[in-house]
Design a protein around this ligand. Structure first.
Ligand SMILES: NC(=O)c1ccc[n+]([C@@H]2O[C@H](COP(=O)([O-])OP(=O)(O)OC[C@H]3O[C@@H](n4cnc5c(N)ncnc54)[C@H](O)[C@@H]3O)[C@@H](O)[C@H]2O)c1
Length: 247
C-alpha cells in the first residue's frame, strides 16, 4: 500500500497517533507537513525524518495556520493529496461542570479545525483527487461520561464528514473518519487520572488490549489515504479492537 509521491498534512503529527501516522506515511514514500503545538516534539520528528517533513508550530483552531500548512505543502512539496485531521484537545469532567472554555477547546481543536483545514485544502485536494481522514471517537458514539464537549465535537465531525463526502464525491475527493483506540501518552495520562473508566474500557475490547498507535492504528489511516481505498468514502472505520461495531 504505497504512498509514493503523495504529500500529506497531518495535524497533531508530532506525538501520539499523529506522530505514528507521520512516520508511517514517510516510510511508505509520502512527504508530510506536520502541524502541532509542541515545538520540541516537532523538532525531534524533523531531526529523524529530515527533508521528508516540514514542521509548523501552530494552533489548528486558527484558520491562518490551516492556510499556512497548505501553502507549505505546495511550496515545499509541490501540492497536497492527503489531509489527516488528527489533532484534538479536550477536558474531562461532568457535563454540568464543563465551562465555556472547555467547549471552546473541544470544538475549536476538533470541529472547527477540521472544517478550517478541509476548506483550506479543498483546491489542492480537488486538483489531485485527494483524500481526507478525519477523527471520531468511541467516546462520542458510546456517550462516555465526562466527555460531553469532546463527544459533541467528534460526532459533529462525523456528520460534517458524511455531508462533505457527498458534496466532494463529484471531485473524486474521498472523506472518511477513523475512530481509534490507542494507548498513547495522552491516553496513558487519562488512564492514570481515571483508572476505573480505563479498566472498564480495556475490558470491553474484544481483541483484549488498547491498540498500538504505530502498528494498530496508523496502517488503517494509511489504507484510507491510499489508492487501495479509492471506492471508500463517507465511512467511519473503527480501529478499536472490535469495541464498537457500527452498522
Ligand atoms: N488515543 C485514543 O485511544 C483515541 C480514542 C478516540 C479518538 N482518538 C482521537 O485520535 C486523535 C489522536 O489522538 P491521540 O491520543 O494521539 O492524542 P494526543 O493527545 O496524544 O495527541 C494529540 C496531538 O495533537 C496536538 N495538538 C493538540 N491541540 C492542538 C492544537 N490546538 N493545535 C495543534 N496541535 C494540537 C498535540 O500537541 C499532540 O501532538 C484525536 O483526534 C483523538 O480525539 C484517540
Amino acid at each position: 500500500m504505497t504512498l509514493e509521491n503523495k504529500v500529506a498534512v497531518v495535524t497533531g503529527g508530532a506525538s501520539g497517533i499523529g506522530e505514528a501516522v507521520t512516520r508511517l506515511f514517510v516510510e511508505r514514500g509520502a512527504r508530510v507537513v506536520v502541524v502541532d503545538l509542541q515545538q520540541e516534539a516537532g523538532d525531534a520528528v524533523v531531526a529523524d525524518l529530515e527533508d521528508a517533513v516540514a514542521f509548523i508550530r501552530g494552533d489548528v483552531s486558527d484558520r491562518a495556520v490551516a492556510d499556512l500548512a497548505v501553502a507549505t505543502a505546495v511550496e515545499r512539496f509541490g501540492g497536497l493529496d492527503i489531509l489527516v485531521n488528527n489533532a484534538s484537545a479536550s477536558r474531562v469532567r461532568p457535563f454540568t461542570e464543563q465551562t465555556e472554555d472547555d467547549w471552546k477547546l473541544a470544538l475549536g481543536t476538533g470541529l472547527f479545525a477540521t472544517r478550517n483545514f478541509m476548506l483550506a485544502a479543498y483546491p489542492e485536494l480537488r486538483r489531485n483527487r485527494g483524500a481526507v481522514i478525519n477523527f471520531g471517537s468511541g467516546a462520542g458514539i458510546d456517550g462516555q461520561p465526562n466527555q460531553a464537549s469532546y463527544a459533541a465535537a467528534k460526532e459533529a465531525i462525523r456528520g460534517l464528514s458524511r455531508v462533505v463526502a457527498n458534496e466532494w464525491a463529484a471531485d473524486q475527493i474521498r472523506v472518511n473518519v477513523v475512530a481509534p483506540m490507542a494507548k498513547t501518552a495522552g491516553v496513558a495520562a487519562w488512564a492514570d487520572a481515571n483508572p476505573e473508566q480505563y479498566a472498564l474500557s480495556a475490558a470491553k475490547v474484544p481483541l483484549g488490549r488498547f491498540g498500538d498507535p504505530r502498528t494498530d492504528v496508523a496502517p488503517v489511516i494509511a489504507f484510507l489515504a491510499s489508492d487501495d481505498a479509492r471506492y471508500i468514502t463517507g465511512q467511519t472505520l473503527m480501529a478499536d479492537g472490535g469495541a464498537i461495531k457500527l452498522r
